[in-house]
Write a protein that binds this ligand. Structure first.
Ligand code: IPM
Ligand code: MN
Length: 336
């Protein structure tokens, strides 16, 4: 396994270190290449992600990313110039974000709710394409647009992926959108779901407006199994999903090119948390669970399940005494 590792900024290196220990425990032959992308490199060279960088990343089977982002860089520069650029160039059209409420985890809903669903967020379209502009900037008549780009091709491939996942799980798919207002894109999403549904007759299909879906996510999350939604709704939905299933410290994600043409990238949903960086306070669990998603993507289902079981045991035992970044890693390794 050839693995590209991008520790990144803030707590990124600390959590990636623990995820790597776990991966190396299960796959001692893993070959890693470290890339120094992020704020430090941007300040010293002015570079975010060059063509050569992308070519080098493509030589790997998968990418493990910690976090990118630093207060010393203006908002949007690293996001657009690095993270989103990489997701787009590597065609990461399936942004996979599972939510599982493990036993013993503190959640606003814990004890009352059964949470085990996965959000399949479209990853290469929507308002994230940067198709917008502004005129009369700084005047009282300023106008700004961010156009949400939705293609039949882009919707169909992510919808088909979501159906295939639903088929492997509880056979229930929910489209989350806002078809009553976003009528053009909404209609295309709804029609595409209906058409792809004919290929998966065992999967039952539901639809929720995104605002109502946020109520259900809190009052009745067990109604969800696989949610499919666009890039921006998916961004928002998955932060709430993380909050109700134990917080952002446990939320893992995969940016997947389901065709396998490009390496997929696995990263915790959380950011670089500069306020706690370098103090070994960060919870590496989300990064470790992202490593499990990575293994499952590469076909090692058993390895992924072992990591998830070790995490489940650890979060059940840790209570509110989580301990340092390294201590969490130590315990999970021990249990493996
Ligand atoms: C995420 C993040 C990114 C996104 C940002 C940092 C560009 O919030 O991975 O959810 O909006 O996709
Ligand atoms: Mn987000």
């Amino acid at each position: 396994m050839k693995l590209a590792v991008i520790p990144g900024d803030g707590i990124g290196p600390e959590v990636v270190e623990q995820a790597l220990r776990v991966l190396e425990k299960l796959h001692p032959d893993v070959e890693t290449t470290e890339f120094d992308f992020g704020a430090r490199r941007y300040h010293s060279t002015g570079e975010l992600l060059t063509d050569d960088d992308v070519a080098a990343l493509r030589e790997h089977d998968a990418i493990l990313l910690g976090a990118i982002g630093d207060p010393s860089v203006p908002s949007g520069v690293l996001e657009r110039g690095f993270l989103l650029k990489l997701r787009f160039l590597l065609d990461h059209h399936v942004n996979l974000r599972p939510s599982v409420l493990y036993d013993g985890v503190a959640s606003p809903l814990a004890g009352e709710q059964d949470i085990d669903f996965v959000v399949v967020r479209e990853g290469t379209e929507g308002p994230y394409t940067g198709n917008g502009g502004a005129i009369r900037v700084g005047t009282p008549h300023e106008v700004a647009t961010e156009v949400s780009v939705n293609t039949r091709y882009g919707i169909e491939r992510v919808v088909r992926d979501a159906f295939a996942r639903a088929q492997q799980r509880s056979k229930k798919l929910t489209l989350v959108h806002k078809t009553n207002v976003l009528t053009f894109a909404g209609s295309m999403w709804a029609r595409t779901v209906d058409e792809v549904a004919t290929e998966f007759p065992e999967v039952s299909v539901d639809y929720c407006h995104v605002d109502a879906a946020m109520i259900y996510l809190v009052t009745d999350p067990s109604r969800f199994d696989v949610i499919v939604t666009d890039n921006l709704f998916g961004d928002i939905v998955t932060d709430l999903a993380a909050a109700v299933s134990g917080g952002i410290g446990l939320a893992a994600s995969g940016n997947i090119d389901a065709t396998g043409t490009n390496p997929s990238m696995f990263e915790p949903v959380h950011g670089s948390a500069p306020d706690i960086a370098g103090r070994r306070l960060a919870d590496p669990t989300a990064a470790i669970l992202s490593a499990a998603l990575l293994l499952r993507h590469l076909g090692d289902d058993a390895g992924a399940a072992r990591i998830e079981a070790a995490v489940a045991a650890d979060v059940a035992a840790r209570g509110d005494q989580r301990g340092s970044t390294t201590e969490v890693g130590d315990r999970i390794l021990e249990s493996l």
